[in-house]
Design a protein around this ligand. Structure first.
Ligand code: DGL
Length: 270
């Protein structure tokens, strides 16, 4: 009954961590495509090919339901996968919708027409590929009207986190927040639209100021997964064991993951 969680690298561990806390009885199989990270500077075809390979590996590990804990893959590949690639007995869910439902004060799965919401000025921080896909704005437009979104492509941040260079990552975050504030001086809310960014949530909050509400995905995705499994218990796959798989160097990735999550994580080769 394992659930698969996929990311281009380490960022999806923020989602895995929250999901494992929320659903302690469920085995999770995590796959990080560390050999090909970052995805955010790749084109859509490349992201599609890499994401489908990763999801197939998780299906092979007994996970009928896979969470794309990667905004870049969700933005650039998920719709195409759902239209033509995913078999009827499998599911792949992205990470955008739970976040947008929270921002627009909706219950899970409320598909009523778009309406006015209290938040009017939203800053979106994401990878270059997520920003250029405009997927976030599209999903938001299905649910809300009159929301002004200013997007900031945060080049370099994922690379710095994957390298474990948190000093560089922090400097880049501060400069990206400055750039955003030049375009939108007083956002009411900020979306961390990349699963790597919660590792630097304090830095985003500090640079944005206490009056800006920062939305990050881990707990929202974990709650919506719990809700989904309550409604679709049949989507628990046959896999029994939790494991961490990587396409990169397992020793190196284990050390970085352990540093980020502050508990021992052991990856094996995918
Ligand atoms: N964690 C991925 C995301 O949420 C990072 C993408 C990348 O590899 O650039 O977008």
């Amino acid at each position: 009954m394992a659930i698969g969680i996929f990311d281009s690298g380490l960022g999806g561990l923020t989602v895995l961590n929250a999901a494992a806390k929320r659903l302690p009885e469920v085995p999770f199989v995590y796959l990080g495509d560390n050999a090909h990270t970052p995805y955010g500077v790749r084109d859509a075809d490349d992201i599609y090919d890499l994401t489908t390979m990763g999801v197939q590996r998780l299906w092979d590990a007994g996970c009928d339901l896979v969470i794309l804990a990667c905004n870049t893959a969700s933005a650039a590949a998920l719709r195409r996968m759902q239209e033509s690639w995913i078999p009827r007995d499998k599911r792949v869910l992205g990470v955008f919708v739970p976040l947008i439902e929270a921002l627009t004060e909706r219950q899970w799965g409320d598909n009523s027409p778009p309406r006015e919401v209290s938040v009017k000025h939203v800053a979106l921080f994401a990878t270059p590929a997520t920003v250029s896909s405009r997927a976030f704005q599209r999903e938001l437009a299905f649910r809300a009207i009159g929301v002004d979104v200013e997007a900031q492509a945060c080049g370099g941040v994922v690379d710095a986190i994957e390298e474990g260079d948190l000093i560089l990552a922090e400097a880049l975050v501060r400069s990206h927040v400055d750039a955003l504030k030049r375009k939108m001086p007083t956002p009411e809310a900020a979306i961390l639209g990349c699963t790597h960014y919660p590792l630097l949530e304090d830095v985003f909050q500090d640079a944005l100021g206490p009056e800006v509400k920062v939305y990050s995905q881990a707990n929202l995705v974990a709650d919506s997964l719990a809700d989904y499994l309550g409604r679709h218990p049949d989507m628990m796959g046959p896999g029994q064991d939790s494991m961490f798989l990587t396409t990169g160097d397992p020793g190196r990735v284990s050390n970085k993951a352990t540093q980020f999550l502050k508990r021992r994580i052991s990856f094996t080769a995918a």
